[in-house]
Write a protein that binds this ligand. Structure first.
Ligand code: DGY
Length: 324
């Protein structure tokens, strides 16, 4: 019988699948790194179903007695995949199912920052709304503005689709900071509707710069003080990918000094902590990493992560492998 360790409660649908396939231990909340490493080394579990904040590093993997790690997320920067591969430990993730939900949040952050939704909402709730006025709470248009997409994978494309619907001009850089040419064939439905530009140009030309790259050594602090200084003074930075892609301290300084106009963030460099000063800035919309947080999406993530775990426990390749 397969034995599964689930590091935090997940939607019932996933747990039911796992329970039908074996014994399941569900922790009430993610364990601290040392406890997680001990649990994985205990020999009591075949597969561990992890959350994106669970660090599955080389030291943990060196001691681990599990066949697989099934991440309840599409991103897997919390897992040292090469170390897992070298030890024959399979890794799975949940791609595809959260694309539209996350692109919705990217668009929400674009619109929310442009139209100052948090400031406006607070004004009404605080009793500071004294009636319509010609210059009350003026924001920015998004139509005809340039949306720059850093990355051009599934979520970036879904964001492009939405932005084109709002009349935005869409530019992209597929794998910043490295350059790679995307052919018209690869562009598919976007051929002739969006344009590839070098990363440096994307930074300079974007009115809204939205990040859609995975977190790795090439993209850590992709947006640093230097990049922020090269953005337009009124530009808005949107991050629904991973916090450490942005140097958050440099971002706070840039927002304070007016180097850029605003930021819409769903992810943070040291989640759930925020860089000092970030929460006090009015020109930000700050969400608690909810890109994929809809009931149907989380159910699908539970289903995929359970199916991955069940396959790995049997020593089979999971339906969504990260390390084939
Ligand atoms: C992911 O899956 O990587 C998201 O950040 C959370 O759903």
């Amino acid at each position: 019988m397969s034995r599964f360790l689930v590091t935090a409660p997940i939607p019932a649908l996933g747990l039911e699948l796992l329970r039908a396939a074996g014994e399941v231990a569900v922790l009430p909340e993610p364990p601290d790194p040392a406890a997680l490493a001990d649990l994985c080394a205990s020999g009591e579990y075949d597969v561990v179903l992890t959350q994106l904040g669970d660090p599955v590093d080389a030291a943990l993997l060196a001691r681990a007695q599990v066949r697989g790690v099934s991440n309840f997320a599409v991103g897997y920067n919390n897992i040292d995949v090469p170390a897992a591969t070298s030890r024959g430990i399979l890794v799975g993730n949940t791609p595809g199912v959260l694309t539209d939900a996350t692109a919705d949040v990217a668009m929400l952050l674009i619109l929310g920052t442009a139209r100052r939704v948090i400031e406006a909402d607070s004004m009404v709730r605080d009793g500071r709304f004294h009636g319509w006025a010609p210059e009350l709470m003026l924001g920015r248009d998004v139509s005809s503005q340039v949306l720059g997409l850093a990355g051009f994978g599934r979520i970036a494309r879904a964001t492009a689709r939405r932005a084109l619907g709002f009349g935005m001009e869409v530019l992209f850089s597929p794998r910043p900071p490295a350059e790679r040419h995307v052919s018209d064939e690869e562009l598919g439905e976007f051929a002739g509707r969006v344009r590839q530009v070098p990363w440096a140009e994307l930074v300079q030309r974007s009115d809204f710069l939205s990040l859609h790259v995975p977190l790795n050594e090439q993209t850590r602090h992709l947006v640093d003080a230097d990049v922020l200084a090269r953005m337009k003074p009124e530009a808005i930075l949107v991050n629904t990918a991973r916090g450490p892609i942005v140097d958050e301290q440099a971002l706070v300084a840039a927002l304070r000094e007016g180097t850029i106009g605003g930021a819409g963030l769903d992810v943070y460099e040291d989640e759930p902590r925020l860089a000092p000063g970030l929460a006090e800035l009015p020109n930000t919309v700050l969400l608690p990493h909810v890109g994929s947080a809809t009931v149907p999406v989380r159910n699908e993530m539970a289903r995929l992560s359970a199916l991955n775990a069940i396959a790995m426990a049997k020593g089979e390749l999971p339906p969504h492998p990260v390390n084939p």
